[in-house]
Design a protein around this ligand. Structure first.
Ligand SMILES: *[C@@H]1O[C@H](CO)[C@@H](O)[C@H](O)[C@H]1NC(C)=O
Ligand SMILES: *[C@@H]1O[C@H](CO)[C@@H](O)[C@H](O)[C@H]1NC(C)=O
Ligand SMILES: *[C@@H]1O[C@H](CO)[C@@H](O)[C@H](O)[C@H]1NC(C)=O
Ligand SMILES: *[C@@H]1O[C@H](CO)[C@@H](O)[C@H](O)[C@H]1NC(C)=O
Ligand SMILES: *[C@@H]1O[C@H](CO)[C@@H](O)[C@H](O)[C@H]1NC(C)=O
Length: 226
């Protein structure tokens, strides 16, 4: 009898303790479940479309190579969420030509958007035009001939393959709460951009839209900037 007393009390304490833990876990589970059902968070959709090249010339002077470019494109941003809004900061769209994925060489130009807020179920289309001259870095004569060969081929066909790179920081807005800053990783790939000379329009191919894959990772969350 003397032994059963304390053990019974210990059991009752343990079952009370585990009861609380189980309730807390269930409550958290229900809260998370409700959050996903009610808020249903989805990533933003980003794409580069409706691109046109008005001028794309390759010249050489004193062993230095230049691209003279004039291109225009739309950046289409969609927030598919019913409740969440997105703030964007330092949004940059870079155009590259015959680039090396690893070093992102042969950069053409970038369009910038400093700040933008996008509310629920909103699609924002921004048209940008990039115009200028940029030096092309070619390591040796082998690389030069490869570059020129593809350039001439694409110029003849009237369609250039342009690689796109998009970067931005984003905050998530949930009614009055702002969460962030996130730095998602985007992979946009390339699109086939027609060269438009005055009235002559080249038919656009099916591959004329670059859809970006957006990846959020906890490691890109930067609480110090929030
Ligand atoms: C550049 O190319 C366009 C056609 O794409 C041509 O009309 C124009 O004359 C060229 N400009 C130069 C400076 O070579
Ligand atoms: C090429 O370089 C030489 C000497 O460095 C210079 O005198 C000449 O003006 C340059 N030509 C062009 C087209 O830049
Ligand atoms: C989308 O957002 C822009 C900029 O905030 C705003 O001007 C536009 O009215 C919004 N469109 C819709 C359909 O809510
Ligand atoms: C591209 O943007 C312009 C200007 O905002 C718009 O008029 C045009 O319809 C857009 N094109 C596409 C295919 O969305
Ligand atoms: C473009 O497409 C239209 C109809 O799809 C076709 O009639 C026309 O010949 C095409 N033009 C070129 C230059 O391929």
């Amino acid at each position: 009898m003397a032994k059963a007393g304390p053990r019974g009390c210990c059991c009752c304490f343990l079952s009370w303790f585990f009861g609380i833990i189980v309730s807390v876990v269930v409550l958290i589970g229900v809260a998370v479940g409700l959050f996903f059902i009610i808020v249903n968070p989805q990533k933003m959709k980003v794409q580069i479309n409706d691109a046109r090249i008005y001028k794309f010339n390759f010249t050489e002077a004193n062993q230095t190579h230049f691209l003279h470019y004039d291109l225009e494109f739309n950046v289409t941003l969609r927030n598919p969420n019913r409740i969440m809004g997105f703030f964007y900061e330092n949004f940059a769209v870079g155009a590259y030509y015959q680039t090396d994925e690893n070093v992102m060489r042969n950069y053409v130009d970038s369009a910038f958007i400093l700040k933008l807020y996008q509310g629920k179920k909103n699609t924002t289309v921004m048209r940008h035009r990039l115009k200028g001259t940029r030096e092309v870095y070619l390591l040796d004569s082998g690389e030069r001939s490869k570059f020129v060969e593809r350039f001439e081929k694409e110029k003849k066909s009237g369609i250039f393959s342009i690689d796109w790179k998009v970067e931005f920081r984003s905050r998530v807005k949930l009614s009055a709460i702002k969460i962030g800053i996130f730095r998602p990783k985007l992979r946009c790939g390339s699109s086939q951009v027609p060269l438009v000379n005055g009235q002559k329009r080249v038919n656009v191919t099916s591959n004329d839209v670059a859809k970006c894959r957006v990846k959020f990772k906890a490691t890109y969350y930067d609480p110090s900037a929030a």
